[in-house]
Design a protein. Structure first.
Length: 280
């Protein structure tokens, strides 16, 4: 999961070097390339293209596609900082959904840890205005869809491989993002095409690592580890893009790291089950 967070942060940094291309276009290429990579994996016989838990596989694809769509909608309507903060509320929603669907036991200490981590994200992103409008509530749906998608991944990992689960996101995600991508499409240059391909490959690697890890972390802990992505991304901005660091970044990053450490030492209780051959 830490590897996935690092890969996603690097991917986000690379996307910043693509001015003139819409986020929807970048995402659509990401889904197309990811889907092609999965088809190549299936063609080699390394993994079999087979969905077992169809309801949750479909739910994962739709919720994941909607999460991406609403995240970019949030960026354009409430700004990048708030969009990142709202997307990170997925740690709350994933914990809420994990109780009835995954039978994870979230204690008061775990909820306090989630609150501390979100406060850290607010400091890292520099969000100061916490006023809530109808637009903010709509933008908040990206966190809702992301949180449910994480639960779907954990649920699917009981029966389906990470490649098949990621394949569903590519398929349904492209169907959801395809139309706005077509409306905002601008023909990339040769260099931009190379960057798009690299971003898509990084996204594929990150998604596969994240999906694989959710079988072992569970939804609540896994989504909390995902909060390290904006921290690493901000650190890349400071080191590579020479952005001036703020005191809020260091305090916020420390709060997130402490929260992750707490859950590592005090894991969320999960329903005991046997591991089938399909999961290995």
């Amino acid at each position: 999961m830490l590897l996935a967070a690092t890969i996603f942060a690097v991917m986000s940094a690379m996307a910043r070097g693509l001015p003139g291309l819409s986020c929807y276009a970048i995402t659509s290429v990401r889904f197309v390339v990811g889907g092609l990579v999965m088809m190549a994996v299936f063609a080699t016989g390394v993994r079999e293209m087979r969905w077992t838990n169809w309801p949750w596989i479909i739910a994962r694809g739709i919720s994941g596609g909607m999460a991406v769509m609403m995240y970019f909608w949030a960026i354009s309507h409430v700004g990048l900082s708030k969009a990142v903060l709202y997307n990170c509320t997925s740690v709350i929603f994933s914990a809420l959904f994990a109780v009835p669907f995954l039978r994870e036991h979230i204690s008061a200490g775990h909820w306090a840890t989630v609150a501390v981590a979100l406060a850290g994200i607010a400091l890292v992103t520099g969000v100061q205005d916490l006023s809530v409008t109808v637009t903010d509530l709509t933008a908040l749906s990206c966190g809702l869809f992301s949180g449910f998608a994480y639960v779907c991944i954990t649920k699917c990992r009981k029966t389906d491989s990470s490649t098949n689960i990621f394949w569903s996101q590519c398929l349904f995600g492209l169907a959801i993002v395809g139309w706005p991508a077509c409306r905002t499409w601008a023909s990339p240059s040769a260099v931009q095409w190379m960057m798009l391909l690299a971003i898509a490959l990084f996204a594929t690697a990150g998604q596969l690592a994240m999906t694989y890890a959710y079988k072992f972390t569970g939804a609540a802990y896994g989504s909390l580890l995902g909060l390290l992505t904006p921290v690493i991304g901000t650190a890349i901005g400071i080191l590579y893009f020479k952005e001036p660091p703020s005191a809020g970044f260091f305090v916020g990053a420390a709060l997130i790291l402490v929260s992750c450490g707490y859950l590592s030492l005090n894991p969320v209780s999960r329903a005991v089950r046997e591991v089938s051959d399909a999961e290995k």
